[in-house]
Design a binder for this molecule. Structure first.
Ligand code: NAD
Ligand code: WQD
Length: 336
């Protein structure tokens, strides 16, 4: 079976390529390297001892996508490619709509032309907005608060309409909670450009001495210690969720939706403490006001994925911090 992985050079994509190769799939990566480095794919090959095909191509060019489909007999697509910085999406929304929505429309149109109708899409827990209760189930109401989230919700709606128009499509919408961690070898991990927006990459840059101090956004939430609570999930568990989704997709399920989370929430202060213990470094931090758009708490009910895919997250908070730290120490400047 040959899987096309869009955005396969990126953080979650590269970890998923490792697990696909480990599971003996043939892998073709399509990535324009706008937020990644081809070095990640060299490392994927080193980790697995297997090769994959890399096509430097942009989803904004239908011609480039079609060339990949002409040269390869693709069985299914895992679609990671997209821009993902929430703050940036507020400042340059048109770029987000253009890249994420137009890119996805181009991909779907080419898939349709080549009669490849199996796709796994990277959605996000952001589509639940501020949930009325916890844990979050797949049938909760959807709403978004920023252009990035809107691209995810719009793509979900587009894919639902597509499925309703043609029941030959098999579509899995996977809603990720907060992916963190790195491969246990420390060869691949998250390599944000510039100053990280997300908590764990920021903490690890403070631990390694690249940034002086973490800003904690709010300690007055209605949570046990007042700081935000999130469902952090190890990126390798997340990658394995995709591996478990593929047989489901090939069983012609139609359109299916799964939360990929652990079902447990940890606070910002708990994450800092765990990272300090694992790294044996002090993480200086200062409390600031709330970050606009943040919710107090967010964690998944992952029981549907367990029941229907036979998947559940296994790695602990300690694994997440230890593997992030291992990657950060070995690669203080990322892939550069
Ligand atoms: P990432 O930025 O590391 O990977 C995305 C990849 O897509 C990059 O390699 C980038 O170069 C590529 N890309 C972007 N636009 C492209 C285009 N037009 N054509 C070809 N390639 C393009 O991000 P990630 O953290 O690995 O996230 C993967 C997916 O999962 C994204 O769709 C993201 O929105 C979604 N997601 C991520 C998180 C998270 O916290 N990391 C949470 C929920 C959902
Ligand atoms: C986690 C907690 C912050 C940074 C984001 C996207 C979401 C999804 C996952 C893609 C919050 C606090 C953070 C910092 C802090 N991505 N924090 N200081 O916001 O839950 O989710 O990534 O789909 O769409 O919004 O993740 O890591 O940014 O924040 O105190 O420097 O850490 O306030 O409580 P978030 P995060």
């Amino acid at each position: 079976m040959k899987i096309l992985v869009t955005g396969g050079a990126g953080y979650i994509g590269s970890h998923t390529c490792v697990e696909l190769l480990n599971d003996n799939y043939d892998v073709v990566v399509l990535d324009n390297l706008s937020n990644s480095s081809e070095e990640s794919l060299v490392r994927v090959k080193n980790i697995t001892g297997k090769s994959l095909e890399f096509c430097k191509a942009d989803l904004l060019s239908k011609k480039q996508i079609a060339a990949v489909f002409s040269e390869n007999k693709i069985d299914a697509v895992i679609h990671f490619a997209g821009l993902k910085a929430v703050g940036e999406s507020v400042s340059i929304p048109l770029r987000y709509f253009q890249n994420n929505i137009t890119g996805t429309l181009n991909l779907l149109a080419v898939m349709n032309d080549f009669n490849v109708k199996n796709i796994v899409f990277s959605s996000s827990a952001t589509v639940y907005g501020d949930p009325a209760s916890l844990p979050i189930k797949e049938d909760f109401p959807l709403s978004v608060t920023n252009p990035y989230g809107r691209t995810k919700l719009m793509i979900e709606e587009i894919m639902k309409d597509l499925y309703h128009s043609d029941k030959n499509w098999n579509i899995a919408l996977l809603r990720y909670f907060n992916p963190v961690g790195a491969h246990k070898t420390g060869e691949i991990g998250e390599d944000p450009s510039g100053i990280p927006n997300n908590l764990v990459p920021y903490i690890s840059k403070v631990a390694v001495g690249c940034l002086p101090r973490l800003s904690v956004f709010g300690n007055d939430y209605d949570t046990p210690d007042g700081t935000g609570v999130r469902d952090f999930i190890h990126v390798v568990d997340l990658a394995l969720g995709h591996i478990k989704t593929l047989p489901k997709l090939f069983s012609n399920p139609g359109l299916v939706i799964y939360n990929l989370g652990t079902g447990f929430g940890y606070s910002v202060l708990e994450m800092i403490k765990e990272f300090e213990e694992v790294s044996r470094r002090k993480i200086p931090y200062k409390i600031f006001g709330r970050r606009p758009g943040d919710v107090a708490s967010c964690w998944a009910d992952p029981s549907k994925a367990k029941k229907e895919l036979g998947w559940e997250a296994k790695k602990t908070l300690t694994d997440m911090c230890r593997d992030t730290w291992n990657w950060q120490k070995k690669n203080p400047d990322g892939y550069q």
